[in-house]
Write a protein that binds this ligand. Sequence first.
Ligand SMILES: *Cc1c(COP(=O)(O)O)cnc(C)c1O
Length: 402
Amino acid sequence: MTTSSDLRERFTDALMPNYGRLQIALGLGRGCEVYDTDGRQYLDLIAGIAVSALGHGHPALVKAVAHQSATLAHTSNLFINEREVELAERLVSLVGGHAKVFFANSGTEANEAALKLVKRAASPGRHYFVAAAHGFHGRSSGALALTGKDAIREPFGPYGMDVRFVPYGDLEALRGAVDEHCVAVFTEPLQGEAGVVPPPEGYLSGVREICDATGAAFVLDEIQSGIGRTGHWFAHQAEDVRPDVVTLAKGLGGGLPIGACIGLGRFADAFHKGDHGSTFGGNPVACAAALAVLDTLEQEGLLAHTTVMGDLLAEQIDALDHPLLSGQRGVGLWRALTLTEPHAAHVQEQAAVRGFLVNAVAPDAIRIAPPLVITPEQIGVFIEALPTILDAAEAAATKETP
Ligand SMILES: *Cc1c(COP(=O)(O)O)cnc(C)c1O
């Protein structure tokens, strides 16, 4: 097998530098474990950014993908394919009530579909959008215009869209920003890329109420939170709230690229013929993978397992006492360890050195989003190593700035 250092050089020569210089080259995955191309083993506590919900190489996913690619790998949307119909039916039954689905290939595309859908459904006087500061909705132009991270949005504007940002979780600010000229409010149930930040209790119900009072559409980006990550099919089901549009991607395909935009109620039927499309959207292999994910989550009781494992992880982190660790936040198997100093990059690096893949999502936060099949034993191994990892991160940070 090619060595990791070889691949690092070739990566740098052949790929654009937008991801910076990546250090680890992965070659194999089994369950919650992955191996780099030098054969080093890691416990995967990030799952490809909350994607590989069933872990790696799950037999149900392997079988579904192999079978569908051998049967019919692609149809385009000139034709109907059965997997796409089945998957849409399943998602509709999971959100409940009247709903319809548009399939895309990624999160940002799911949000582009949502953006066009709410514009199509809006009355003529509505012209602006409201989104949350520090929120993340994707990198394509429409989704990026709605993204509240100034550093990644501002260099690529203007976008030709009137987007007004309000502090996340602040219902008074939202009420002040939304009137009868607003097309839609875009928000996340917890802010993933901001560092797994939960809103105050009752936030989503408050957003619903503000949208109802003004007629603005409520678009809930569940791209990271959806499909079991929080212990519910969708994070909003914990609060018993019904958004108008829900977008999905990450965990849905269990590692295959797929996105979905679900319109609820009158938003189910807002697109007219010709309004939107995607050559690959609804691809049978990606849909077969997603069906295998939904079946397996159900058959293996993984929603309840996610809640139990998430609580266990949280409890064990809370029980640790370390000067660099201030606590944890999040829900289900979607957590951030919070640090007392901005040393997250060092923690990520020192964790990898000791065989754990975690993500420095913010300078003072480490995201933990493992496969939903993680065991108590695997959580225990990580918790046992954590004090040493934090010690090493502190030492590395001290060395850097004496
Ligand atoms: C990852 C993410 C996106 C973008 O998804 P891509 O597949 O990278 O385009 C959008 N919204 C949220 C909340 C995300 O976490």
